[in-house]
Design a protein around this ligand. Sequence first.
Ligand SMILES: Cc1cc2nc3c(=O)[nH]c(=O)nc-3n(C[C@H](O)[C@H](O)[C@H](O)COP(=O)(O)OP(=O)(O)OC[C@H]3O[C@@H](n4cnc5c(N)ncnc54)[C@H](O)[C@@H]3O)c2cc1C
Length: 237
Amino acid sequence: MGNKVKPEVKIISKPESILKTIYTACRTCYSSESPINICEEANDEEKILKLIRKVLSSGHLSTIEHVQISYAINGISRACSHQLVRHRHMSFSQKSQRYVREKGQFSYIVPPTIGQNPILEEKFDKFMSEISRFYLELTEYGIPAEDARFVLPNAVSTSMVASLNLRELIHLANLRLCSRAQKEIRVLVKMMCEELIKTESWLSEYLVPKCEKLGYCDEERSCGRKSKEGGNNGRNA
Ligand SMILES: Cc1cc2nc3c(=O)[nH]c(=O)nc-3n(C[C@H](O)[C@H](O)[C@H](O)COP(=O)(O)OP(=O)(O)OC[C@H]3O[C@@H](n4cnc5c(N)ncnc54)[C@H](O)[C@@H]3O)c2cc1C
């Protein structure tokens, strides 16, 4: 079926130099020099990274709030976007179901657990078509999109621009890369992190599930990546 979609993630805006931005924020706190000079003279990447790592390990996290990143996100379910919008330090502009009326079969996401079973997937597809037919029937009766959308499922595809600062991205990664998080948001957040790591490889040590940061698993049941007592259980989840 042509209406089944997969997630797409692209960074549409970020600071020209993330390292310089954070370094300038860090050094400004402890230097009599002007931040303008600090920024202009920041050229030694090794020195910059050393300071940033030190400041971050001491928990001085307001320094990374200056790094604002905007993502264009497409092809996620409303179930997934609903989880994402729970993060209160993020900003969103999401495709409206009031102003954008579905004109034919709406696009939707098939969870992999259903998609891997051909019989269930066929039934799922049929059910989506049925919903679509009823949605269109409602709109033909003159029911406005804002009310017709009440029959749309959690699986319906959505798009958004989502912006957040680096502190919040690390927090998001810590929570949503954990294997206890739901699969679709885990995949989405992994894509968001990987997009940034493409140009900021130093961030790979921070954009990790919370157990990597804590050194142990604080969930009721461990997936095996880290034990409850700490340390590696010998497998990566
Ligand atoms: C595995 C998993 C299962 C979940 N299950 C459920 C569920 O069953 N039901 C449900 O409702 N939600 C559930 N959630 C959502 C969860 O409760 C949070 O709403 C969501 O993860 C956002 O996290 P947060 O509040 O830490 O982060 P953000 O909103 O991103 O905020 C970041 C941090 O800022 C601080 N902060 C933000 N706002 C405030 C505030 N008002 N007061 C004080 N400090 C603040 C906190 O330190 C917070 O950790 C689940 C999340 C996960 C990861």
